[in-house]
Every structure is written in C-alpha cells, then in structure tokens.
Design a protein around this ligand. Structure first.
Ligand code: PMP
Length: 395
C-alpha cells in the first residue's frame, strides 16, 4: 500500500480535504514532493516557518542540543540552559513588564495558561473574547473561539464568556470589574487578517486598566515578525498584561509560551500549587531551536522587510479582475475571490497546476492566504506572483 493510501487509512484527520502531497524535503520557501515537484509555500506551515524551511542555523542548534539531552523531567523542575537562555533573550526584547516566561507546547496551551492565569490572579471568572477570534482547539480555548459553528457540537464549554465585536469601541463598556481577562489577537488572523482600527487596542488597554481586567494578546500567529514588527503589539503601541506565543516561536519546532509580569505569573505557584503543569513544555530541543530562531530574527531584523514585501503582492494582485479584495499586513495577506467555491478551486488548481501551497482562513472562506517565509527573496516573490496570476487565469 502507498503512503498516500495509508495516510488516509491510518491517520485521524481533521477534515476530508487534506492537501495530501507527499513531501520529500523542504528548503527555504520550497517544498519538494516525492514525485519530483517543487512547490512554493505561501503558508509557512500556517505562520510557522518565518525563517524558511530547513534553516541551517536552526538545524545546527537542534543538532548541538540533541547530543546533550532530550527530555529530562517535567517542566519547571530541572535547570535546562536552553530554556533559561531563551527566557533571557525573549525578556530582553520585550517591555519590562513582560518579564516572566512560562513555556508550554503549543498555541492552544499558551492561551489555556494565559486564561487560567488571569482567573487566578484576579480571582474573577468572566472572560471577554471577540467574534471571529481563533485561539486554539482544546476545550478551554474553544470556549473563547468566536465562531458558533465550530463550537456547537462540543457544548457545554466553559461558562461566563462574553463575545464582543472586534473594532467596536462602544462595546468595550461591557468589560467590567467582574472581568478576569480579555483575550484578543491584535490582528485577527483567521478572521481573514482583520486589522485594529481607530486606536481600538488603545481603547481596550484603557478599559482593562479601568476595570483591573488583564489584557491578553494572542500573538501565536502575529508574533516573531509576521506583521512587520517583532511583535504586532509594537505596531500599535499597546503592551498587554499577558502575551502568548507559539507557531514561529519554535523556528519549526513545537513550543509555546505565555509571558507576564512575575507578580502575576507567581500566582500559579500557590493556593493550590501546580496551577499549570506540563510534561514537555519548553522541550530543550525546541527551546534551542527557538533561541537560535530569535537570535536570527533580532540580528537580521528580517521583519523590517515584511511590509514592503507584502505590498509587492498587493500592488500586483489588486488590479487582477478575479481579485475582489486584498488586505493584510506585513507578510500576511487575505486575497478575497468571488466566493467560497472559487477560493476552494483556487487552492486546488494552485496545488495541481502551478505548484503553490496555500490555504484558506477559518472564518473567511472566500479568501486564500499569502504568508510565505519572511526571508522570501525578491525573485521568489516574482515567482510566487506569477504562479498566483497563472492560477487566477485558470479559474
Ligand atoms: N492562536 C492563534 C491566533 C492561532 O492562529 C492558532 C493556530 N492557528 C492558535 C492560537 C492555536 O495554536 P496551536 O495550533 O499551536 O494550538
């Protein structure tokens, strides 16, 4: 039986429309299939491979660590230098109030930890979230997912959660002294790259200050340069109380983190202790990869080119008659087509005929995604645009 057949027979899959290309290797912005095709990656594994696939410096850091040790003990017991050095580097590049890092495995777990921390620190129960927000797939963060369709089948979920409209400043009054935390993506990614408008995040910060609710920024997708700054919150000049990271943070390895001030973070230690525990959180190999990835990003400041690179895509595609709308930030863009069916056709033709890997957004079904590695070169951008235009012609 072929791997393809076994993939469908043996793996639990989340949907019936997997891309199902069998990959041999990946390098830079390209994925190479077993049958010899060279695919250009417009997704970066959904905002993960910001420094390209198989980045040689990250591979070297992983190799150095695997010869020292793999897993040693559950998180938070032994002193493991990759974790300590990563926390040092990360807090060095963050504002002084984000000075304590709790390592976990994924974006979902980072947001779980952040929500638990907000409840523990404030002693309150209510959580505010936003419509069309995506924060992960475990039941806790599914509870703050702003789309009823994806949640309905799993109810009952966590109570005492209220949903507001992103960018609706008037509704911020609904944040009160009862609110433990407000979780928000500073740029709503899966909603189809929706940007905050009219100082929305500043108003949100102000309301949280007034009420004592902790402000949680989910930068799982926007962090590590995707929006043109190291973190999206820097673009909008608003510092959250808790920041969550994952995806690109690990440079291709699985790791997440929630970061807060130490006086907030320490509330997970007491009454009861073990407020959040995790076996593999901050795995040393992942931490070594994350550290090298952060070193590369801060040394090269590759994110500073993201906006310009993104605009090249926009300039060329905005006048294409098949493109109804194109919007985004940095190197994360949503290209809206006629309807959901046409977007699905685009993704399929891109895979079959022009060898582009792209994906849809969870809550913007008529769009496809442009989110290549940040180190995509200018000639690779031209290659990508040509393939996108050819695909549009074939629709
Ligand atoms: N938050 C955001 C903004 C995300 O985009 C995602 C993943 N798409 C997550 C959280 C969940 O991350 P993970 O899949 O690592 O649990």
């Amino acid at each position: 039986m072929s791997h393809r057949q076994e993939f469908f027979r043996l793996l639990g899959l989340p949907s019936t429309d997997s891309l199902a290309i069998e990959i041999d290797r990946a390098e830079g912005v390209y994925l190479y299939s077993m049958d010899g095709k060279k695919y250009l990656d417009l997704c970066s594994g959904v905002s993960v491979s910001n420094l390209g696939h198989n980045n040689p410096r990250i591979i070297k850091a992983i190799e150095a660590q695997i010869h020292k040790y793999l897993h040693l003990m559950v998180y938070g017991e032994l002193i493991q230098s990759p974790q300590v050095e990563l926390a040092k580097k990360l807090t060095d590049v963050l504002p002084s109030s984000l000075n304590s890092v709790y390592f976990v495995n994924s974006g979902s777990e980072a947001n779980e930890g952040a929500l638990k921390l907000a409840k523990r620190y404030t002693g309150r129960t209510e959580i505010i979230a936003f419509k069309n927000a995506y924060h992960g797939s475990t039941q806790g963060v599914l509870s703050v997912l702003g789309n009823e369709n994806m949640k309905r089948a799993f109810r009952p979920l966590i109570p005492d959660i209220r949903f507001l409209e992103f960018n609706n400043i008037d509704q911020l009054e609904q944040i009160t002294e009862k609110t433990a935390g407000v979780i928000v993506e500073p740029v709503q990614a899966e909603a189809g790259v929706i940007l905050p408008e009219n100082d929305f995040l500043k108003h949100l910060r102000k309301r949280c200050n007034q009420t004592g609710a902790l402000l949680i920024f989910d930068e799982v997708q926007t962090g590590l340069g995707r929006t043109g700054e190291l973190f999206a919150f820097q673009r909008y000049d608003v510092v959250p109380d808790i920041l969550t990271l994952a995806k690109a943070f690990g440079g291709g390895m699985p790791i997440g983190a929630f970061i807060a001030d130490k006086k907030i973070m320490d509330s997970l230690k007491y009454n009861p202790p073990l407020g959040h525990i995790t076996t593999f959180g901050g795995h040393p190999v992942s931490a070594a990869a994350a550290l090298e990835s952060l070193n590369i990003i801060t040394e090269t400041e590759i994110y500073k080119e993201a906006q310009h690179k993104g605009e090249i895509f926009k300039e060329r595609l905005q006048n294409n008659p098949k493109v109804k709308n194109i919007h985004g930030i940095g190197l994360l863009w949503a290209v809206e087509l006629e309807d959901e069916k046409q977007a699905a056709r685009f993704i399929n033709i891109a895979k079959e005929k022009t060898f582009l890997i792209t994906d849809r957004f969870l809550f913007k079904p008529n769009a496809f995604r442009i989110g290549p590695p940040l180190n995509i070169s200018f000639s690779e951008i031209q290659d990508a645009i040509q393939r996108i235009e050819q695909t549009l012609d074939l629709l």
